[in-house]
Ligand binder design. Sequence first.
Ligand code: DP6
Length: 339
Amino acid sequence: MTTASAQANPNIAFIKYWGNRDDALRLPANGSISMNLDGLCTITGVTFDPDLSADHLIINGIAASEPARRRVQDFLDHLRQMAGTILYARVDSRSNFPIGVGIASSASAFAALSLAACAAIGLDLSPAELSRLARRGSGSACRSIPSGFVEWLAGAEDVDSYAVSIAPPEHWNLIDSIAVVNRGHKGTTSSEGHRTAWSSPLQEARVAGASRRLQSCRRAIQERDFASLADIMELDSNLMHAVMTTSTPGLIYYLPATLAVIQAVRRWREEGLPVGYTIDAGPNVHVITPAEYADPVAERIRGIQGVVQVICAGPGSPARLLRGDYPVSNAPERCPSLE
Ligand code: DP6
């Protein structure tokens, strides 16, 4: 039996990934840029065991649904092929933040799983190879492998589609104050959404402009230019949601409180506060600010009707291995609950 554990942060995309050129390989339609979210984490333990006759998956202490287990099994099949083994695994995963609600839980989950599974099976991969592997589990997971501010290079094929750090966490103390307006699971998963993206008449235009938006975002991060970052991040989020709403079937993730937070952020910016929003495949709003404004902004968000919780996170570290024998039941020590 061989065991290993790893920890990873989720990430928030400033320039979004939406739609694949190849769904099976998760080769994205366009590159994307994100920030890892410190303090939010998934810890995953993996044990390859000759006595198992199938892969087992536990999420937050409970046996996972069959589709979730199947997804992990498909991922592990790929890893087993790479490692030349036929052993099945027990995967035990815990996250300290709400999962399946647009806070990229699949990103931290597959990043931690990639790292732990490779260590447990004895595969020694470079950071780029690890990021590529994580991408096969969930596209955004490739961005949770490197540190801080991260760009996923879309690439043309499997070998050149992976993420790299463009700035370390200390480069810019931005805070993501996540306005949670609904803790329930989203109706349509990102994976389903990626498949319908091309049915929108707007997707081609969104993809065609992506390299220009990536360039603006990269520059804004390098120069710590918050006003430019907020502009490009909001435009990119709005473009993605325009594609979602005009796809067949149409996807509307916004709830009334989502719009209330968007309107408030726009108002605060007009009043002179440096704030910007971005929204993933869920109703919760990520409100980004330089750290010195984070407390008053979080306080204002709490005052908006329909906001049930505000979770604050700064720029996070790369995915990392934990002591080989780290039991996932100890996860609350390293990853205290955010409730
Ligand atoms: C809206 O990475 O969750 O958060 O590859 O199918 O697991 P799968 O999708 P996922 O999609 C993320 C979509 C997004 C934008 C982003 O994070 O870039």
